[in-house]
Design a protein around this ligand. Structure first.
Ligand code: NAD
Ligand code: UDX
Length: 485
């Protein structure tokens, strides 16, 4: 059999894109494969400088320790993209694939311009054969476009095999997910060269992942499986959030319902946590991507089905904001509202598509003054999200209405209400007695994550509202009664 990859086992790999996926996933590869040289490259000098410093560009538990162990040993971060491509036998493409905000497919299709430019760069500078691994989340058949670009520009003696290897890590648990993944997915061609490339990538993962957990399949199945996995996960959250609205209207308790259905082994307990709505860089983008794909495939019913997952998420965020406004006597103009948590989930500083952004937008539209605290999100990041042109047409008003605070206590000072948007553990253990004393009365808590002890807050004197559960005055009195006896 003709050997496409003379240098097996691999000696050097590179990753184009030093983001939330490229950085942690290559750090773990370097950690687990100490004899493999791993270089992560990016166009952004600033991002690379951060990866080379002690102030990493992303917050992720245990990431710092892994980087400390490997950086300078077999892990390197640089902007020398061309050199890294030339030296590597295998190249991961980990660039961003955001929702397109212009032209055909605007607001739904994935923008593949960064993928294309990475593929064109490989085609332009490669002098030897490469395995090119698409790790970014892409629509089905993107690997075919990468192959077309590479093959149209091929040089003598250079061959390419393009594999799909979608990443399933979740932010906040990236290192844990990478070290013990449920599975690794690899899609490739059924040809001898394709199989050899798949074996090359398997060899990397087999350093720490049992072979039976590495699933190989055709490229398109692999690409679609990633979109399908995120769509199914997002669908579970929208399903439980839809139930939370029914609970609030009837007196059922969504946590009890989630527990009841989650103990059915066919359903399972995970991803049934009702919330103020899912956020993050992936769910909305990937479900919209699937919707667009279905429309292009002339499957409007399938597109409408998945679109509904997004619609329920929008509804949930709006519904929660409306509840804040209604409870505060239908007017929040000039009222101080503390926003606890701005990241899209705990243990990350990422704010992409965070429910907090939308909540702040709705409250600002009613003229509320927002006092924001998040333990990991930088001041500039919050302001940049809130002044984003599609969100707010007037950055001056945002500056007038928003202040950012270094701790939750000053954020809550003189507030009419506090709204928990992110499930940071520290919010469970705040001194709410102290917070209550400094708030205006009646003092409201809106728990968008169902994380605090509602009874304890009610006992302090707060008026508490949460997702998927009615804590009416009558309920409060009933719950308070035993403590008063
Ligand atoms: P990111 O925006 O954090 O990082 C992408 C990086 O690629 C940026 O630093 C950017 O400067 C760089 N880049 C863009 N074009 C480049 C080019 N031509 N050459 C060199 N560098 C280039 O994105 P991310 O969150 O890491 O996501 C990357 C991909 O992984 C996306 O397709 C995403 O859907 C997917 N994904 C993300 C997650 C997640 O939790 N964030 C999880 C699984 C999959
Ligand atoms: C997601 C997928 O989980 C991961 O497999 C994929 O690779 C990338 O996209 P991520 O967006 O990082 O990961 O975080 P995830 O834990 O999935 O949470 C997404 C959003 O859903 C967060 O806003 C989270 O708070 C919310 N969520 C999650 C709920 O509201 N309820 C739940 O039960 C679970």
């Amino acid at each position: 059999m003709h050997c496409l990859w003379d240098n097996m086992p691999l000696k050097k790999i590179c990753c184009i894109g030093a983001g939330y996926v490229g950085g942690p996933s290559c750090a773990v590869i370097a950690y687990k494969c100490p004899h493999l040289d791993v270089e992560v490259v990016d166009l952004s000098q600033e991002r690379i400088d951060q990866w080379n410093s002690d102030d990493l560009p992303i917050f992720e538990p245990k990431l710092h320790e892994v980087i400390q162990e490997c950086r300078g040993r077999n892990l390197k971060f640089s902007t020398n993209i061309d050199q890294a491509i030339q030296e590597a036998e295998l190249i991961f493409i980990c660039v961003n694939t955001p929702t397109k905000n212009y032209g055909i497919g605007k607001g739904r299709a994935a923008d593949l311009k960064y993928i294309e430019s990475a593929a064109r760069r490989i085609a332009a500078v490669a002098k030897s054969s490469k395995i090119v691994v698409e790790k970014s989340t892409v629509p089905v058949k993107a690997a075919e476009s990468i192959t077309d670009i590479l093959k149209a520009n091929v040089k003598k003696g250079v061959k390419y095999q393009v594999l799909s290897n979608p990443e399933f890590l979740a932010e906040g648990t990236a290192i844990k997910d990478l070290l013990s993944p449920d599975r690794v997915l690899i899609g490739g061609e059924e040809t001898p060269d394709g199989k050899e490339a798949i074996n090359g990538l398997c060899w990397i993962y087999e350093h720490w992942v049992p072979r039976k957990q590495i699933i190989t399949m055709n490229t398109w199945s692999s690409e679609l499986s990633k979109l399908a996995a995120n769509a199914f996960l997002a669908q579970r959250i929208s399903s439980i959030n839809a139930m939370s609205a029914v609970c609030e209207a009837t007196g059922a308790d969504v946590s009890e319902v989630a527990n009841a259905i989650g103990t059915d082994s066919r359903i399972g307990p995970k991803f049934l946590q009702a919330s103020v709505g899912f956020g993050g860089s992936c769910f909305q983008k990937d479900v919209l991507n699937l919707v667009y794909l279905c429309e292009c495939l002339n499957l409007p019913e399938v597109a409408a089905y998945w679109q509904q997952v997004i619609n329920i998420n929008d509804f949930q965020r709006r519904r929660f904001a409306n509840r804040v406004i209604e409870c505060l006597f239908n007017t929040i103009t000039g009222k101080n509202i503390a926003i606890l948590g701005f990241a899209f989930k705990k243990d990350t500083g990422d704010t992409r598509e965070s429910a907090a952004i939308y909540l702040c937008k709705y409250l600002m539209e009613e003229g509320a003054k927002l006092r924001i605290y998040d333990p990991q999100v930088k001041h500039t990041q919050i302001m940049s999200e809130l002044t984003e042109p599609s969100l707010s047409r007037d950055p001056d008003t945002v500056s007038e209405l928003v202040s950012i605070h270094p701790d939750p206590y000053t954020a809550c000072d003189s507030c009419h209400a506090l709204v928990i948007c992110t499930e940071w553990d520290e919010f469970k253990h705040l001194d709410y007695q102290q917070i209550y004393k400094k708030m205006l009365k009646p003092a409201f808590v809106f728990d968008g994550r169902m994380i605090v002890n509602h009874q304890a807050l009610i006992d302090i004197g707060f008026h508490v509202e949460t997702i998927g559960k009615r804590l009416t005055r009558k309920n409060i009195n009933r719950q308070v009664a035993p403590a008063a006896q």
